[in-house]
Each structure stands twice: as C-alpha cells, then as structure tokens.
Design a protein around this ligand. Structure first.
Ligand code: A3P
Length: 346
C-alpha cells in the first residue's frame, strides 16, 4: 500500500516537473522570437541624451524603430500585430500642402515624435478620382500599423489646390486637423518650376524659362494661368477650404523657418496636435554638406532628406521677381488676416 502511494507520488512529481520544464522551454522560445523583433541596439543607446523628459513612453520609442519597422517591412506576423493591438488608423491630421513648401521635411520631422506615425508615400486618395472610387477602406489599408494612442499623419500637397478635396475630407472626418506649410510665394513658385524643369531635363525635353511662364507675353502682367503662380495664391485656396472647416482646424507652418530653425515650428505643431512636447534639439542637427537640418532618431539612426529636396534654383530676372512679389502682396495680406499668422514676405 505504502509502496503504491510512493509510486503515485513519484508519478505526480514527474508530471509536474515535465510541465514546469515544458513551460520554461515555451517561454524561452517566445522571448527568443520577440527578441528578433527588437531593434539591434539596446534601448538605452537609442534614447538620446539623459536630458530628455523622463515620461517619454519608452515602449513606443522602442517599437517605433522595432516592431513597427518590422511590420512596415512586412516581417511581422498577424499574431504579433494582434498581440500588440496594432491597427491601421485613418489619419487624424493631414498635411494638405503646399507643394514645395517643405511638406516632406515637416512629415519626416513630425515622425520623430513617439506618438506620431506617418504614411510614407503620398496617398492621393482625395484628389485622384480612381483612388477615391476605391473607398475609405482602401485608404485605411494604405496607412501604417500603429498603437491606438498614436496618431497617423499623411501628406499629399495636391489636396490644397484640388477643388473636390475639402468636402471629401470633411465627409471622412469633420474634426480632422489640417496642416499647411507655406513659403514666401515667389520662392515657392520658383521651387515648383525647378522641380518641373528637372523632370523635363531628365527626359531630355526642353522647357521655357521661368520668366516666360510667369509673365504673360502679351500683357506683360503676371500670368495667373501658370500653375506655379496660382498655387502660390494661398488665400484663394484657403477660402475654398473655409467653406467646410473653421479656421481653428488649420495650422499654418512657416516653411522658410522650418529650413533655418525647425524646432520652434515643430513645437507649435506639437501643441496644435495636442501632443506632449517630445521633439528636441537632439533630434535635429544641421548638416553643413547638405545645407539643411537632418533628423536624428537615436545614437545609431539618423537621416537627411533625399537630394530632390533642396535643389538649386535658377537665377530669375529681378524685375520679374519684383513683379511677382507685388502681385502676391495683397493676397498675402488677406492670408495673414484670415489665418492670424503674419510673415515678413515682401
Ligand atoms: P527647394 O528644393 O526649393 O529648396 P516639398 O517637400 O513640399 O516638396 O518641399 C521641398 C522643400 O523643402 C525644398 O525646397 C527645401 O527647401 C525644403 N526643406 C525644408 N526643410 C528641409 C530639410 N531639412 N531638408 C531638405 N529640404 C528641406
């Protein structure tokens, strides 16, 4: 009898032992698979200098360059997405324009914030008939995976000047936040021209000089049919948007200051988006070779914008520049009045 009880006890102990070892092996395997999702460098080295505010959500920072990065590359499994409650969210803020205002720099810089995720490509959902016909679920599927507390931002500068877009965005979300980054209108027009010119040259095509396009040869007045000129009449486009959204839904970013001193502009955007201030001087450093500020995510990962940003502009006849500046002046005044943001544009 005693012998039978001892044998039973031994059997139970053996079973318990096997269960414990099994669980331990499972845990090791699980941690191992999660480890593969972690970024290569330890978290401490990716957090920047110790003066960063302590309440920074470490988990978010860690995942931003870890799990979310893996997902973007298509390396994460459905189970991992489910496990971390990751979702593709419609944007809660959109950079609607202005083309050549610094839209890419603004998006990339905002993406330094741990609570922001960006749609890497321009989606062109609201301005492109074919895309729009694909429906809102198609749009959502173009968005990156994120944690629920993060906000998704996309940028498509064509939205600002396309007639149908304000109403379409309003229908999606009437309380969405809208960012517009502007530069001095004549400089922006020349930048716009330079981009098109580069495209033509790449295809070995000839192109008119800026002066010929911007000034009507018959009247010697500013050619308002030229798209690069029209886009720079900011107030005209904004007025269309204001038929749908109150002015408080817009935040105007100074694109000229974003080039020379980006941090204060980014801090204003953080406030507009109701985000805690997290982007610091550490995240932005001036690269003398590039002639622009570049982005530092952590000790190992930094990047400058592509070479297509920051082109050398052609020289423009000073009399044409003066004519354009005079032309834009009254529109600029109206723009300042509506937005409450004044610039030192001539
Ligand atoms: P230029 O090429 O005329 O210099 P967008 O992204 O809307 O097309 O705007 C491009 C402009 O962003 C560039 O115009 C450049 O001046 C500006 N820009 C602002 N910050 C920049 C940065 N950190 N790096 C490169 N370009 C930047």
């Amino acid at each position: 009898m005693l012998f039978k009880q001892q044998a039973l006890l031994r059997q139970k102990l053996f079973l318990l032992g096997s269960l414990a070892i099994g669980s331990l092996l499972y845990l090791v395997a699980r941690v191992g698979s999660l480890d593969r999702l972690q970024p290569i460098c330890p978290i401490e080295s990716r957090l920047g200098p110790p003066h960063l505010p302590e309440q920074i959500p470490l988990r978010t920072l860690q995942y931003k360059r870890g799990l979310l990065h893996e997902i973007r590359k298509g390396n994460a499994t459905k189970e991992q997405i489910r496990l971390h409650n990751l979702v593709q969210q419609l944007p809660r803020a959109i950079i609607i324009g202005v083309r050549k205002g610094g839209t890419r720099a603004l998006l990339e810089m905002l993406n330094l914030h741990p609570a922001v995720v960006k749609a890497s490509q321009e989606i062109h959902f609201f301005d492109n008939e074919q895309n729009y016909a694909r429906g809102i679920d198609w749009y959502r599927e173009k968005m990156p995976f994120s944690f629920l507390h993060q906000i998704t931002i996309e940028k498509s500068p064509a939205y600002f000047i396309t007639e149908e877009v304000p109403e379409r965005i309003f229908k999606m979300n009437s309380s969405i936040k809208l960012l517009i980054i502007v530069r001095e209108p004549t400089t922006r027009a020349v930048s716009d021209y330079t981009q098109v010119l580069e495209g033509k040259e790449r295809k070995n095509k000839t192109y008119h000089k800026f002066e010929k396009l911007a000034i009507d040869g018959n009247t010697c007045e500013v050619n308002t049919k030229y798209k690069a000129v029209r886009t720079s009449i900011y107030t005209k486009h904004l007025e269309r948007w204001l038929k749908f959204f109150p002015v408080e839904h817009f935040h105007i970013v100074d694109g000229d200051r974003l080039i020379t001193d980006p941090l204060p502009e980014l801090q204003l955007v953080e406030r507009f988006l109701n985000l805690p201030s997290r982007i610091s001087r550490y995240n932005l450093y001036f690269n003398a070779t590039r002639g622009f500020y570049c982005l530092r995510f952590n000790n190992v990962f930094n990047k400058c914008l592509a070479g297509s940003k920051g082109r050398i502009h052609p020289e423009v006849d000073p009399s044409v520049v003066a004519k354009l500046r005079k032309f834009f002046h009254p529109f600029n005044q109206k723009f300042y009045q509506i937005t409450g943001r004044t610039f030192n544009w001539p």
